[in-house]
Design a protein around this ligand. Structure first.
Ligand code: GRF
Length: 201
């Protein structure tokens, strides 16, 4: 059984979707660790409720990103983590971490990459006035929101919709797409060639 670490900074609804998928048996993996950089992240409450070990790692306690990342990688190794899922983790992870878990870290982004990178993808897409937006799950490399794309799904932006209604639809989609991507990942069904990710049957 593969061990997952899930990184969150906030509400943790994506974490919850993965917890539910594991409980249901649709993802045959063990969530071995939840890590947050925010002490008050509701994701930590979710981890505690689900009896998943969790760790709050305060960035202020380290001299630089490299030291922070080294501490995290050490903890991931200690827990024998196979794959890392960034699910609403707002800190950019550094090259040491990326190299240590090469092609084993994925991220969920609430827009159709390469559009609307950064931390406010839903709002940026909404304010831009796009008619179609969506969700992306991708491998993490050293470029912000830039690694090879695993899955994407689009939705239409309704003319009379609001940022709130769009956010709800995006999150609903995320909760479907992220467990699906994790399932493909842990079952070894993803092949990366350059920027292209193909799915094995
Ligand atoms: C999600 O929209 C995710 O795509 C983005 O941050 C948000 C996290 O939401 N990276 P939650 O904490 O999982 O509810």
């Amino acid at each position: 059984m593969k061990n997952l670490a899930i990184f969150c900074s906030g509400f943790g609804s994506n974490l919850q979707a993965v917890i539910n998928a594991v409980k249901k048996g649709s993802i045959a993996a063990n969530i071995a660790l939840v890590i947050s950089d925010k002490v008050d992240a509701f994701a930590l409450v979710r981890a505690q409720k689900a009896k998943i070990p969790f760790l709050y790692v305060d960035p202020a306690g380290f001299r630089n990103k490299q030291e922070y990342d080294e501490f995290i990688v050490k903890n991931l190794r200690k827990r024998k983590i196979d794959f890392v899922v960034l699910a609403g983790f707002i800190r950019v992870i550094g090259p040491y971490f990326v190299k240590s878990f090469k092609n084993k870290i994925i991220n969920i982004h609430p827009a159709l990459l390469p559009c609307f990178k950064g931390t406010s993808g839903i709002k940026d897409a909404f304010e831009y006035g796009v008619k179609v937006t969506g969700v992306t799950v991708h491998f993490v490399d050293n470029e912000l929101d830039g690694g090879p794309i695993i899955l994407q799904q689009a939705i239409c932006v309704k003319d009379n919709g609001t940022l709130e209604s769009l956010s709800r639809s995006i999150h609903k989609l995320e909760h479907k797409i992220l467990p699906l991507a994790i399932k493909l990942l842990i079952e070894g069904k993803l092949r990366i060639k350059g920027r292209k990710v193909s799915k094995l049957k």
